[in-house]
Write a protein that binds this ligand. Structure first.
Ligand SMILES: C[S@@+](CC[C@H](N)C(=O)[O-])C[C@H]1O[C@@H](n2cnc3c(N)ncnc32)[C@H](O)[C@@H]1O
Length: 235
């Protein structure tokens, strides 16, 4: 079993509880869910790495995930679970109308900054192949400004070592520009980025910035990230 699968199996129960809070309703999760629940009303939907928080469970949702523990959570909610890696999905090309990748790409990293960027491109290419012509890929992501991205890439070996001490795999947040370019390079058209920051989030909301360290809570102000929904269409 890979380090990443083991980590997410260990997180499964706690993760389920962490998205079940009042803050979720006032956060980017609500903004994204309102949009996706409305836009994806029809068609077969594949979620890579779990559904989006507050997904409409009446939709036709298949979920691909690398963790058996997380898949159990999703199957309990009525979704069709498939075990696999988003970089090499065990699914036929052109078999979905929508592919949604919610809060997953920053976890698909590898050993460092270069492999993180390459793995994201691979996952995006793989997701694009699963779409029917006219189908859409939706990436829900946390993005950072370019100077913070440069620092993050430079510090990746240190971050990796610090997280590894707590048995947490490396996490890299990308820029909106890098993600949009990954969709374009995967052959998707009409690529655009939709702001999904919540007007109701408050600077003093206490959030847990590192999954795997649930007791570490900091005010939202100290976490300089933004939320985006990046979408592209298969020609
Ligand atoms: C932060 S959770 C996101 C869960 C849910 N999508 C949400 O929005 O709350 C990341 C998820 O991605 C999954 N994951 C991580 N790496 C993956 C990979 N290479 N392929 C498929 N799933 C992966 C994890 O098992 C976990 O379920």
């Amino acid at each position: 079993m890979s380090e990443v699968s083991r980590f997410w199996n260990d997180q499964a129960d706690g993760y389920g509880r962490s998205v079940d809070s009042d803050w979720v309703e006032r956060s980017h999760h609500r903004v994204t869910a309102d949009l996706l629940n409305r836009e994806l009303e029809d068609g077969r939907i594949l979620c890579v790495g779990g559904p989006w928080v507050a997904a409409d469970l009446g939709l036709d949702l298949t979920v691909l995930d690398i963790s058996v523990g997380m898949l159990r959570l999703y199957a309990r909610a009525g979704m069709t679970p498939i075990l696999g890696d988003g970089r090499q999905p065990p699914l036929a090309d052109s078999s979905f109308d929508h592919v949604v990748v919610p809060l997953v790409l920053h976890h698909i990293t590898g050993r460092g900054a270069a492999s993180a960027r390459e793995n994201v491109r691979r996952a995006v290419r793989a997701a694009a192949r699963l779409l029917e012509p006219g189908g859409r890929l939706w990436i829900k992501e946390i993005v950072v400004p370019a100077p913070i991205y440069a620092l993050e890439l430079f510090l990746a070996p240190l971050t990796r070592a610090a997280l590894a001490a707590k048995k947490i795999p490396l996490v890299i947040f990308h820029t909106d520009r890098f993600l949009r370019r990954a969709l374009s390079e995967a052959g998707l058209t009409d690529v655009r980025s939709i702001v999904s920051d919540s007007p109701d989030e408050r600077w003093y909301d206490r959030i847990a910035p590192v999954i795997g360290l649930p007791r570490l809570r900091v005010p939202r102000l100290l976490v300089p990230v933004r939320y985006r929904l990046i979408v592209g269409e298969r020609a």
